[in-house]
Design a protein around this ligand. Structure first.
Ligand code: ADP
Length: 503
């Protein structure tokens, strides 16, 4: 294979695994390496990672993908980083040693503290400044927990001896041999310390969470040279030039760069994001506003809504009920039926996310009769994924005053043709599935390559994303309307099922 210096490496640090993907100048995958790492659950509701393990797994896949394809540092023009968002690391500046494990976004230990802030009436102020709803999910309360619970941490922070970072910042620190302490606005906007209107760390928020400003990373743009990989780390001397949180990187990789363009990632959950242009849209429908990226001095914003159980509904039918051997079988089983014949599955297995935000909802299957077969339940589960996405899309339309023109899709369950066709029918819009489903890592590579001139413009990037399949609405609006009404009825019956949520 001919080598040139135009390869770009994407560092994709996810919640359960670290990946490194090398792209060529046409945006094609040259090589990929992946490694899982340990999930730690020290108490119910707590989720931690070892920061050193995040780093060592990431470093090893970077070296591995280079070795497997005989790629040398001189073949790489840049590195782009994308990462699990909100996960919080605090370390000593002098030694580079973390003072506690990384507290993962899923961790609920600070839920009570966040509930107290809500009870104190601070929700509207937090939402106005950060675009986020008060929740333990975001980094601020996790940093506070570390400072409150690690002996001597507060005093050290006040002396400027500690550094905070989301996972991008931690990786940049490690890659640069402790030279660079920086992040990008898409990651900063998930900390609950960053004012998305002024694009600055916010002193009132820092005071509220008791966080000393000296702990914070510098916020650079999502596409610029942050610095260089330090000697002794593969690939040495390559510029670190692109940074974005995973969902934002996927939006960029899908080339949703105009207001109204949207993508859904169908993984364990479903993650929707819609580009809203150069100013944030304040949601009246329980969606989050967030920075999409900052490129060429221009900040772009997005609306975001997450569905907790998407592909996981199929996983549960497979692993929990044993109705399937493989997730992919669901496509054939569902397609053999003309309809779900009145069966609805509300997969509120961990409560419901956007736009319902009901932690007390629970899963339920409705409309069972003696003619119901397992195929009906499988079909109802796939339909439920599409219905949930439709609910978030409707909320986005109410917030922006515009209806959706098309939806771009990625993630494991987006491979299911039945689901994509049904999604097109319920949304009454075209569904576009690209050739390269690795949109998150592609987005990080695009951001990095753009900064160093591998690609000259965003228009050039648009041309590199090839759509492989388009699903167009086929069913009549009347048919779909009837099933949407059934879905709404089913959801209403599953809300507030348990008295108190498991916080
Ligand atoms: P994650 O990144 O969240 O781990 P993936 O993007 O790998 O998720 O997607 C995996 C999820 O998608 C699983 O929950 C799985 O059950 C579901 N899934 C994978 N393939 C299919 C398919 N062909 N049809 C329906 N669901 C699928």
């Amino acid at each position: 294979m001919k080598k040139n210096a135009s390869y770009v490496m994407a560092v994709d640090q996810g919640t359960t695994s670290s990946r490194a993907v090398v792209y060529d100048v046409k945006g094609r995958v040259v090589g990929m390496s992946q490694k899982e790492f340990t999930q730690r659950f020290p108490k119910p509701g707590w989720v931690e990672h070892k920061p050193e393990e995040i780093w060592s797994s990431q470093a090893s896949v970077m070296a591995e993908v280079m070795a497997s394809k005989s790629i040398k540092a001189q073949h790489l023009s840049a590195i782009g980083i994308t990462n699990q968002r909100e996960t919080t690391v605090v370390w000593e500046r002098k030694t580079g040693k973390p003072i506690y494990n990384a507290i993962v976004w899923q961790d609920r230990r600070t839920a009570q503290f966040m509930d107290q802030l809500k009870a104190d009436g601070l929700g509207p102020m937090l939402f106005e400044k950060t675009g986020l709803v008060p929740d333990a999910y975001f980094s601020a309360s996790k940093i506070k927990w570390i400072l409150d619970n690690v002996g001597g941490a507060k005093a050290k922070a006040e002396k400027g001896l500690l550094a905070f970072g989301t996972v991008d910042t931690w990786l940049i620190w490690k890659l640069s041999g402790g030279e660079i302490h920086a992040t990008d606005p898409s990651n900063a906007s998930r900390t609950m310390l960053y004012n998305i209107h002024t694009c600055q760390w916010d002193n009132e928020l820092l005071n509220l969470f008791g966080i000393h400003p000296s702990m914070l990373p510098e916020v650079k743009s999502s596409s610029e040279i942050y610095g260089y990989v330090s000697k002794g780390i593969a690939p040495a001397n390559v510029p670190i030039a692109g940074v974005a949180g995973d969902q934002q990187a996927s939006l960029f990789g899908q080339r949703c760069n105009q207001p109204g363009m949207a993508k859904t990632t169908y993984g364990t959950g479903c993650f929707l994001m819609m580009h809203t242009g150069s100013s944030p849209v304040a949601s009246s429908n329980q969606l989050l506003s967030t920075v999409a990226w900052k490129v060429g001095g221009k900040v772009s914003y997005a609306l975001e809504g997450s569905v907790f159980v998407g592909g996981a509904a199929i996983q549960w039918l497979r692993d929990g009920l044993g109705l399937l051997n493989k997730s992919g079988q669901s496509e054939k089983m569902a397609s053999r039926l003309k309809s779900s014949e009145g069966v609805y599955f509300v997969p509120a297995l961990t409560g419901l996310g956007a736009p319902y935000w009901d932690a007390d909802a629970r899963g339920a299957i409705f409309g069972l009769t003696r003619s119901t077969t397992k195929a009906h339940i499988v079909r109802a589960a796939l339909e439920s994924i599409a219905f949930q996405v439709k609910d978030v899309v409707d909320a986005m339309a109410r917030d922006t005053g515009e209806s959706l023109k098309e939806m771009r899709v990625d993630g494991g369950a987006a491979e299911n043709n039945f689901l994509m066709q049904f999604q097109s029918d319920v949304l009454r819009t075209n569904i576009l599935r690209p050739k390269n489903a690795e949109t998150t890592s592609l987005g990080a590579a695009f951001l990095a390559g753009l900064a160093v001139g591998v690609w000259q413009s965003e228009e050039e990037l648009d041309k590199l994303v090839k759509i492989k399949s388009v699903f167009k609405p086929l069913h009549s609006p009347e048919e779909i309307e009837a099933s949407l009404q059934g879905w709404q009825k089913a959801v209403s019956r599953s809300l507030h099922w348990v008295e108190t949520s498991n916080k």
